[in-house]
Ligand binder design. Structure first.
Ligand code: F6R
Length: 612
């Protein structure tokens, strides 16, 4: 939610910031702005629209300056327009600020500032923060950094900010709470951004700011302290991805690239974890908490959106192999109940970005209740991965397309490995079965590679149904979460209404929707509920519904009944979900492209949801 880039060094700041913002556009894209510091003075441009609109707006204007900050916005307070776009300037022009997050007590602060003579030009909470910093700076006569610290102590909410003060024009001040910020450390130059992608071309040395940390970034040094003024000895880490991974690599869209990358991303997920004989698994990240996992009274899986769907698959896997009761919760619901959790529970939090506000809050609640928390995250060094007691990275590589694809299959793969690992440790699985299951899992990348060669068959189905207004996705057992995921993919990028249901629930309501205009996608792979789903398909056909079926290769029964079939590899276990989801990802992609939708940046969405 909103992307921030700051730069201070010897290069022209404009291209560094603009190119960096383009890499962060997945975080929000309804307005964009930049402040360059030229001759110690800020020059500001901001506009409704995307970063490319900002470039057009800047045109031949002054682009000088070796430092500056930029912002790409996902609106929270105030509609997306030029005025509400960041950067914001304080009333007397002393401070310039970009902000990601929400100042929850902004209206209280606004009233206080108004009573002291402050007026406001925008509807944003960010302008309130800019004015609060300025008020403290002028009133208390402290340094700019101290004014920022003191102001942040009065703030309730989430912030990732970069601040410039006209009186101290050779430094940027950055601070965060619940919204990510990473400092990139180059040779005599520094970067600050919502993630490392804007500066991977320049440096791989980073410092992840912790909550309530503040960095004062000057031309030759960075000083990090808490907002209460305690010095922080931050660790400089090396990041593990390069610029190539965040380019489209010849594909039309990141989403398509990421779908086709799944064989590679899954191999990366398995690397170092599955041994060459497929007889053992190494999950170093959870070793310290294995006694907790083995003795857990219950597992609670929390996540949002696609990550929650992965969690539903985790329920099947953990119950089947680890034989432990599992509850799967939307993080946003869990955090506002009064859930009964104690130290015998283990909470598994799933998040691609590792920054989702609801999931983070659910973890904090679980930890407060004494539960052990394990994170499954993709983004290394993310907030969720750092607050958890233990974790397993998915190593799927950067996911830029807003619709999650490769992160989902990587999450499910990690959950499968965890379930098998715990199941074996509890002696629920024989050594022979263990090897068989690991071998099956390890074969998935190759199977997806083959499956992707049949993408044109999916395109053909997309062509036929691209103008439908509604879709129903039905599956049973481990294919029910796949149905939910297929429906989510379609609605978020093509804006077609789609619903996922357990197939047997259809007759309790959704069957009323079925007519000759309603495409019904059945995930009808051969597993223990196959016979039942065949009956469900007959029920739809009897009502003239159009059936598109995902079937196991070689299937004859469903193929004879369905209007279209898309074959996927045959598996006897929940591993089948990893391949069954691929044609659904492709179907939503092709339909969205055919409808002229912006696949990588769907309307109203952002990749990393760092607000409630
Ligand atoms: C759907 C999608 C979202 C995310 C959700 C959670 O394609 O991307 O539903 O899955 O916002 O995000 P993470 O996994 O980053 O916590």
């Amino acid at each position: 939610m909103c992307g921030i880039v700051g730069y201070i060094g010897y290069r022209d700041a404009y291209p560094v910031i603009i190119n960096g913002l383009k890499r962060l556009e997945y975080r929000g894209y309804d307005s964009a702005g930049i402040a360059l510091v030229d001759n110690l003075k800020p020059v500001i441009y901001k506009v409704k629209g995307k970063v490319s609109d900002l470039e057009t707006f800047v045109g031949d204007g002054n682009r000088n300056g070796y430092m500056g900050m930029g912002h790409t916005r996902w609106a929270t307070h105030g509609e997306p327009n030029d005025n509400n776009a960041h950067p914001h300037v304080s009333m007397n022009g002393k401070f310039v600020i970009v902000h990601n997050g929400i100042i929850e007590n902004y209206s209280f602060l606004k009233k206080k500032l108004a009573s002291r003579g402050y007026s406001f030009k925008t509807d944003t909470d960010t302008e309130v923060l800019a004015n609060l910093i300025e008020y403290i700076y002028l009133f208390a006569k402290v340094s700019a950094a101290d004014a920022v610290s003191l102001a942040l102590r009065k703030v309730v909410g989430a912030y990732g900010i970069v601040v410039f003060c006209v009186d101290e024009p050779e430094q940027l001040i950055a601070a965060r709470k619940s919204s990510p910020l990473v400092v990139g450390i180059g040779q005599n130059e520094y970067f600050i951004a919502s993630d490392a992608s804007p500066f991977v071309d320049y440096t791989n040395q980073v410092v992840y700011l912790d909550d309530e940390n503040l960095a004062v970034i000057g031309k030759g040094a960075v000083q990090i302290k808490t907002i209460k003024n305690d010095i922080v000895n931050a660790e400089v880490r090396k990041i593990d991805f390069d610029a190539e991974e965040i380019e489209k690599g010849g594909f039309d869209h990141f989403m398509l690239k990421e779908i086709f990358e799944q064989p590679k991303s899954l191999r990366d997920t398995f690397r170092g974890r599955i041994d060459e004989h497929h007889s053992s698994l190494q999950l170093g990240g959870i070793m310290p908490v294995m006694p907790k996992l083995i003795n857990a009274r219950r597992l609670i899986i929390v996540g949002c959106g696609t990550s929650w769907h992965a969690g539903l698959l985790g329920e099947y896997l953990f119950e089947e192999y680890a034989r432990v009761p599992v509850e799967v919760e939307y993080a946003s619901e869990f955090r506002y109940r009064n859930p009964i959790i104690n130290s015998e529970d283990v909470v598994i939090a799933i998040s691609q970005s590792g920054e989702t506000a609801d999931t983070l809050a659910a973890i904090q609640l679980a930890k407060k209740c004494g539960a052990c928390v394990i994170a499954i995250c993709n983004v290394v060094g993310s907030s969720i991965s750092r607050v958890a007691d233990a974790g397993v990275y998915t190593h799927a590589g950067p996911e830029i397309g807003v619709a999650s694809t490769k992160a989902f299959t990587a999450q499910v793969s990690v959950l499968t490995m965890m379930a098998l690992f715990i199941g074996r440790a509890k002696f629920n699985i024989s050594a022979e079965k263990y090897t068989e299951l690991i071998t099956e899992l390890n074969s998935v990348p190759e199977k997806i590679e083959e499956l992707l060669k049949t993408a044109s068959a999916v395109k053909h189905v997309a062509e036929k149904y691209k103008d439908s207004s509604n879709f129903l996705y039905l599956g049973r057992g481990c294919y029910y979460p796949v149905a939910l995921e297929g429906a989510l993919k379609l609605k978020e990028i093509s804006y077609i209404h789609a619903e996922g249901y357990p197939a047997a629930e259809m007759k309790h309501g959704p069957i009323a929707l079925i007519d000759e205009k309603m495409p019904v996608i059945f995930i009808a792979c051969q597993d223990k509920s196959y016979e039942k789903i065949v009956s469900n398909i007959q029920e739809v056909k009897a009502r003239k519904g159009v059936v598109i079926a995902i079937v196991s290769e070689g299937d004859k029964t469903v193929s004879a009944m369905a209007d279209h079939v898309l074959e996927v590899p045959k598996f006897n276990t929940a591993v089948g979900a990893l391949t069954a989801v691929v044609p659904l990802q492709l179907l939503s992609y092709y339909i969205a492209v055919m409808r002229g939708c912006n696949v990588d940046q769907p309307r109203n969405l952002a990749k990393s949801v760092t607000v409630e």
